[in-house]
Design a protein around this ligand. Structure first.
Ligand SMILES: NC(=O)c1ccc[n+]([C@@H]2O[C@H](COP(=O)([O-])OP(=O)(O)OC[C@H]3O[C@@H](n4cnc5c(N)ncnc54)[C@H](OP(=O)(O)O)[C@@H]3O)[C@@H](O)[C@H]2O)c1
Length: 252
């Protein structure tokens, strides 16, 4: 059985970085399966890894398109050592000001497609395998002007924590990555509908570092990976203080 990693959102940002770092650090990986819609972006990655790559240019919110992956898994029957669900997007703006497509699209990609991918790949994972789910620090607190995005990430965090408990007997780890703002193409998309607040710009992290920590945290079996002292402090604050109070303070 071929040992592989399956990565969604592999055409840019943290998914792409995951592909590089996993291939570099885990020689055991014979193939990396890269998934995103932009085929040319995935193809550009050929020859850049020590492991072979297989590109799946598909929209993972589309059940019919996901069948390609389902068929490839059934045919190859690989041993998936890593599943990384990094595909995701957020749009800034009040509920109702965003289009219905954007509002529901965030739920479809960030929640539904992430569950579908996990469901598809899980039967091919074995003891010692790891699932890395990209949530966000937005999961810690409701966010006005980013309401649906933050809610989708709360879903991912809650789902990942429960899944971790369920998979314990099978020896499969689950880590939710809850970074704060990270410098990727994410904000090019998010800011098509509104501007991010200055404080987020000031704490923008480097994707290489966030991914390095996520891999380390997944390797040691942490259920949550939070990069940076600021976000760790934010996580604690959201646990200690009533959310209504934090929201009021942030408003002022
Ligand atoms: N950047 C941040 O500040 C930040 C902070 C915390 C958490 N996160 C989360 O981290 C994850 C990675 O974000 P990023 O910052 O790396 O963003 P990014 O650079 O915008 O990457 C998003 C990836 O998702 C893929 N994607 C989007 N829609 C898709 C679809 N329908 N089907 C398949 N693939 C799709 C994109 O590829 P195509 O366009 O080619 O399909 C791209 O590869 C996301 O879940 C995001 O919510 C980001």
């Amino acid at each position: 059985m071929k040992k592989i990693a399956v990565i969604t959102g592999a055409s840019s940002g943290m998914g792409r970085e995951m592909a590089f770092q996993l291939a570099d650090r885990f020689e055991v990986l014979e193939e990396i399966w890269l998934i995103a819609r932009r085929k040319e972006r995935l193809e550009e990655l050929r020859g850049q890894f020590p492991a072979a790559i297989r590109c799946f240019a598909l929209d993972i919110t589309d059940e019919t398109e996901r069948k390609q992956l389902e068929m490839a898994l059934a045919e190859e029957k690989p041993d998936v050592k890593f599943l990384v669900n990094a595909a995701g997007f957020g749009k800034i703006g009040n509920v109702g000001d965003l289009s219905e497509g954007d509002e529901c699209g965030m739920v479809r990609l960030n929640c539904e497609a992430l569950c579908a991918m996990t469901h598809l790949v899980l039967p091919y994972m074995s003891r010692g395998s790891r699932i890395i789910q990209f949530a966000s620090s937005a999961a810690f607190l409701p966010q006005p002007k980013f309401a649906i995005y933050a809610a989708t990430k709360s879903f991912v965090l809650s789902y990942s924590r429960a899944l971790k408990q369920e998979l314990k007997p099978k020896g499969i780890g689950v880590t939710a990555v809850c970074s704060g703002p990270v410098k990727t193409e994410f904000f090019d998309i998010a800011e098509t509908t509104g501007k991010i607040p200055l404080y987020k710009r000031l704490v923008m992290a480097n994707p290489k570092r966030v991914v390095r920590l996520a891999i380390m945290d997944a390797a040691v079996g942490k259920n949550i990976s939070i990069y940076g002292i600021t976000m760790k402090a934010f996580f604690l604050l959201c646990k200690i203080l009533p959310h209504s109070l934090i929201l009021r303070l942030m408003e002022e």
